[in-house]
Design a protein around this ligand. Structure first.
Ligand code: 5GP
Ligand code: ZN
Length: 131
């Protein structure tokens, strides 16, 4: 399979691994959106949140929590974002499930996840759709 993360997992291409167990691996994101930007990746190839089995997902998220604290402390960051993209429309570029850990330093640190405020959101319509 032509998947860059599977190649990293199989040691076919190098990476800076900071954690590994039987189900997940964590390595530095090559882009370093901010200093310490890390990816936590399941070892099995699942494409999205809807594909990953619950047991693997729960284990992976526990590792995200542990690593996020460790990274937050070691980088002396002032905040931390956890980001997970699914499908192209949401910005997923590598189609192998992964979670981003992004340490934050200040508003000018190169990463901007702020939400645009809609002027007139139709909350009734959305509620009727989702309830
Ligand atoms: P996505 O946009 O799919 O949520 O995130 C994919 C991430 O994978 C990007 O932040 C990108 O920088 C990272 N990435 C892509 N190719 C490589 C690679 O070969 N090595 C590493 N370490 N990260 C990669
Ligand atoms: Zn893969």
């Amino acid at each position: 399979m032509n998947c860059i993360f599977c190649k990293i997992i199989n040691n076919e291409i190098p990476s800076y691994k900071i954690y590994e167990d039987e189900l997940v691996i964590a390595f530095l994101d090559i882009s370093q959106a901010t200093k310490g930007h890390t990816l936590v990746v399941c070892k099995e190839h699942y494409e999205t949140l809807f594909d990953i089995p619950e047991k693997t997902f729960l284990h992976l998220m526990n590792i995200v929590k542990k690593l996020a604290k460790d990274i937050y402390e070691k980088t002396d960051a002032n905040g931390i974002n956890i980001l997970q993209n699914n499908y192209l429309a949401a910005g997923q570029t590598v189609h192998h499930f992964h979670v981003h850990i992004i340490p934050r330093y200040d508003e000018q640190d190169g990463f901007n996840p702020t939400f645009k405020e809609n002027e007139n959101p139709n909350l009734d319509e959305v509620f009727n759709l989702l309830k």
